[in-house]
Design a protein around this ligand. Sequence first.
Ligand SMILES: Cc1cc2nc3c(=O)[nH]c(=O)nc-3n(C[C@H](O)[C@H](O)[C@H](O)COP(=O)(O)OP(=O)(O)OC[C@H]3O[C@@H](n4cnc5c(N)ncnc54)[C@H](O)[C@@H]3O)c2cc1C
Length: 266
Amino acid sequence: MKIIVTVKQVPDTSGRIAVNPDGTLNRASMQTIINPDDLNAIEAALDLKDELGCKVVAITMGPPPAEGMLRELMAMGVDESILVSGREFSGSDTYATSQILAAAIDTYGIDEDDIIMSGRQAIDGDTAQVGPQMAEKLGLPQVSYAGEIKKEGNTLTIKRMLEDGYMTLRVKTPCLVTCIKELNTPRFMNVWDILHTYEKPLKVMDYEALKDHPLMDKSTIGLQGSPTNILTSFTPPLKGAGRILEGSGKETTDELAGILSDKHII
Ligand SMILES: Cc1cc2nc3c(=O)[nH]c(=O)nc-3n(C[C@H](O)[C@H](O)[C@H](O)COP(=O)(O)OP(=O)(O)OC[C@H]3O[C@@H](n4cnc5c(N)ncnc54)[C@H](O)[C@@H]3O)c2cc1C
């Protein structure tokens, strides 16, 4: 059994955000962090490894410096990593990203009792599309928003968190699960794994390594293969402070009606 976790290196959006003239993020000029939801997916995988004894593999698509993030994950206890990297992949939107990652995961190999885990969403693109799209392309069942995961044999019991409650689902492996922050608290790196992180295997998959996979087609990867077009990007204007109306129900409704009428809204 193995658990493959997709992990994205994202710009630290708490700092300065730089945008290229074509509307894409200028990632090279920004500090990077590990996407927070992906750390919860890593922790869930390491928890299952502690309980059941399996292999945990981290996979990312990104530029060569993303190796640093993969070494960090291996210092937390991840056993092996895959870096999917190549000029042909750059400019990929979610459709192309999920296509490339699905091809890479399938090339690595998926067995009967394997699990693929992803974060629910990345803090830069924020679409929450890549996990479900990968499942679709790999023909695997998927459960999103996992807030609790238990494994017995080849069945996972997952508490799927919703806005106003939760649902409990059972799914057979192999499957894909997207993880949310309520699932756990990610662990720190530990001394043993820090010492051994550079001895752990890190496989690089470039375009050459993936080009014969049925999902790979130059027309559906990279910038030209991405159906998303950014027409414009802008920072929304700040809203003014709100106003709280006080008084009885009748007083506040009358006042509100007066304000809306003054603004010709009603
Ligand atoms: C025209 C265009 C060009 C773009 N060019 C680039 C570019 O050159 N470089 C770039 O980095 N981004 C680029 N992006 C952004 C990129 O498409 C998205 O960031 C990426 O597809 C993931 O989408 P998301 O951030 O919404 O992820 P979500 O769907 O919100 O992510 C969900 C989960 O999927 C997994 N995941 C997502 N992306 C990756 C990844 N790369 N590796 C491993 N796991 C992943 C993670 O587990 C994540 O938690 C571009 C977008 C557009 C529209």
